[in-house]
Design a binder for this molecule. Structure first.
Ligand SMILES: Nc1nc2c(ncn2[C@@H]2O[C@H](COP(=O)(O)OP(=O)(O)OP(=O)(O)O)[C@@H](O)[C@H]2O)c(=O)[nH]1
Ligand SMILES: [Mg+2]
Length: 207
């Protein structure tokens, strides 16, 4: 069997499980709320554990239902949050461009995710979001963040949940990547199944 991919029902509706992870207060919840509800709140309410939002989009005429898992960045939720990685089709790694530590912790978040997701797959659909670019006290330059992502072959987006900059583009790039990966798995599964059926070609006669 291929890895558990997005489920596809008879009406060809695809469900994708997307998860957003990253350090405390980088704006994970704000990014999701901007993307799903087009709202932004200045006040900070930390996410306790995890919560789920859904959004339906269309990619190449395929309706895609994205189930997006928001996770809390607090250290005390780390092991609980990692139990939600299972079954993900795509992962968003978020950091805050005004918080160098949140960028430096990306390696850890990525390693932790790749270690726990099944199978361990370094081509796993992923995007990195550098959030809060509307603020002027930057600690992480675009060049440094892009270089880190380029080395790991992960698309990088500079975003602002507050001003709704690049948010939808980032989510949709990830959704397309997840869908392409899924289609690849689905097709190789079909090819494998065909290989398993009895060979109906006439046998070469042997004399
Ligand atoms: N200026 C600015 N502030 C932002 C932006 N995104 C989020 N914030 C603010 O940053 C704070 C934290 O945002 P959250 O979205 O709650 O952060 P989080 O990553 O979900 O935090 P945890 O759930 O605790 O891990 C809030 O006060 C937000 O208003 C942004 O793009 N620009
Ligand atoms: Mg949150």
């Amino acid at each position: 069997m291929p890895r558990q991919g997005p489920s596809m029902d008879a009406s060809k509706k695809v469900d994708l499980k997307i998860i957003i992870i990253g350090a405390l207060g980088v704006g994970k919840t704000s990014l999701l709320h901007q993307y799903v509800h087009k709202t932004f709140y200045e006040d900070y309410r930390t996410t306790l554990g995890a919560s789920i939002l859904t959004k339906v989009i269309a990619v190449d005429n395929t309706p895609l239902k994205m189930q997006i898992w928001d996770t809390g960045g607090q250290e005390r939720f780390r092991s609980m949050v990692s139990t939600f990685y299972k079954g993900s089709d795509g992962c968003i790694l978020a950091f805050d461009v005004t918080d160098r530590e949140s960028f430096e912790s990306l390696d850890n978040w990525r390693d932790d995710f790749l270690e726990k997701v099944i199978p361990r797959d370094h081509d796993f659909p992923m995007v990195v979001l550098g959030n809060k670019i509307d603020l002027c006290d930057r600690q992480v330059s675009k060049e440094i963040a892009s270089a880190w992502c380029k080395e790991k072959d992960i698309p990088y987006f500079e975003v602002s949940a507050k001003n709704n900059i690049n948010v939808a583009q980032a989510f949709e790039t990830l959704a397309k990547q997840a869908l392409t990966t899924y289609k690849g798995i689905f097709e190789s599964y079909l090819t494998d199944s065909i290989k398993l059926t009895p060979d109906d070609k006439p046998k070469a006669s042997c004399c």
